[in-house]
Design a protein around this ligand. Structure first.
Ligand SMILES: *[C@@H]1O[C@H](CO)[C@@H](O)[C@H](O)[C@H]1NC(C)=O
Length: 375
């Protein structure tokens, strides 16, 4: 039922896009044509026609320097393939904007290897058997819109660089929020400590151990923090984006400690209730549409649910930006770790409602110890 509706609206979108000349007193069509004319200068199809020019802009905007002519030409052909991909994504994901991003000279494979890092993307992820299940919370008085950024629980957008350490940023993002709720202080926490020191394994899958730039899992990391006694501040244990260092954890400088953490059921109301009650959540997602994402609400008609990226869920909205009015949809607000010059100022909006790209399927909530009260 739901998928045939999507297909129907999808065909309608195509028809409306093609017939922009007719009946401009129809609100639906007017919205599509307005959208078309405002974004025509940067639509993926237009970019393809002027690929040379846009590659020059891309290189200067993102300070890209290639070591040889061969490398340059190779990157240009990847860039063109990514423009075609962005164009496909735009068609499959009409309520978002897709185009040139700082990752436009990377093949999807390079991108996955360098910028993601959630273990277990290929097989079905099993949650640790001893992971606590979050208690069922009441959902009748949830606010319609909610954003932890407006309540001081979210640090600035960070950048994992060329290291598959997303899992460590997802972990610190959730714990920073929980620590803020427990102590009233927003403290940026160290991902590098997790990258260097956390080699915790999934109790069920011995080959699924946290391994620095080669990936990890947020629940393993919460378990590590519980056992080790805490995490240092970002500034005391700064991020290097490499996992060649040894562990330099100094227990006397702990800035936040996990009290407990639990796994939230695959239920959007429970996810929202846990978010509002406990703070930002650590979530897994399939990042397939994120390499070309520029803005809007991502709501792909087709998206895998194999999880390959760890991010932080910080809020939700009731109705999103959409070129077609009846397709306005509620969305989750996702904090990413690719710097503020990616996406919507470092954030990704993805539609709520049917576990799009697996966003509802690996959700963890954490509580912090009030270390000030116990010291
Ligand atoms: C922590 O444990 C308490 C008591 O068992 C429980 O009520 C709470 O939901 C847990 N919090 C999290 C974030 O797991």
């Amino acid at each position: 039922m739901a998928s045939s509706f999507s297909l129907l609206t999808f065909s309608l979108f195509i028809i409306l896009s093609l017939s922009s000349a007719i009946a401009d007193d129809d609100l639906l069509i007017r919205q599509v044509t307005t959208e078309d004319s405002s974004s025509s200068s940067s639509s993926p199809n237009d970019l393809l026609l002027n690929a040379d020019h846009h590659f020059s802009l891309f290189k200067s905007k993102f300070n890209k320097i290639y070591s040889s002519k061969e490398e340059h030409d190779n990157r240009f052909s990847i860039f063109k393939a990514n423009l075609r991909r962005a164009s496909r994504h735009q068609t499959l994901d009409p309520s978002a904007v897709h185009g040139v991003t700082k990752f436009s000279d990377l093949t999807p494979r390079e991108f996955r290897q360098k910028y993601l890092g959630l273990n277990g993307g290929k097989r079905k992820l099993k949650l640790p058997s001893d992971a606590n299940k979050a208690p069922v919370l009441p959902t009748d008085s949830l606010p319609e819109d909610f954003d932890w950024r407006e309540h001081g629980a979210v640090t600035e957008v960070k950048d994992q660089g060329q290291c598959g350490s997303c899992w460590s940023f997802s972990t610190t993002g959730a714990l920073e929020g929980a620590n803020y709720l427990a102590t009233g202080k927003l403290v940026s926490l160290s991902e590098q400590q997790l990258v260097d020191c956390d080699h915790e394994c999934d109790p069920e899958e011995r080959n699924s151990c946290d391994s620095g730039c080669n990936g990890g899992l947020m629940n393993n990391a919460f378990e590590y923090i519980l056992k080790s006694g805490g995490v240092q501040r970002e500034e005391d244990y700064p991020y290097t984006g490499s996992d060649h260092g040894t562990c330099k954890f100094d227990k006397s400088k702990v800035a936040a400690t996990v009290a407990n953490f639990s796994v939230v059921a695959l239920d959007e109301d429970q996810i929202a209730a846990n978010l509002v009650k406990n703070g930002p959540l650590a979530v897994g997602i399939h990042a397939g549409y994120m390499q070309t994402y520029i803005g809007g609400v991502s709501c792909p008609l087709v998206c895998l649910r194999s999880l390959d990226h760890g991010v932080v869920l910080v809020g939700y909205g009731s109705a999103g930006y959409a070129p077609i009015r009846f397709k306005e949809k509620p969305y989750w607000i996702i904090k990413n770790s690719w710097g503020p010059n990616w996406g919507d100022q470092g954030y990704y909006k993805i539609c709520r409602g049917h576990n799009v790209c697996g966003v509802d399927s690996m959700v963890s909530t954490v509580a912090a110890v009030n270390i000030h009260a116990t010291q």
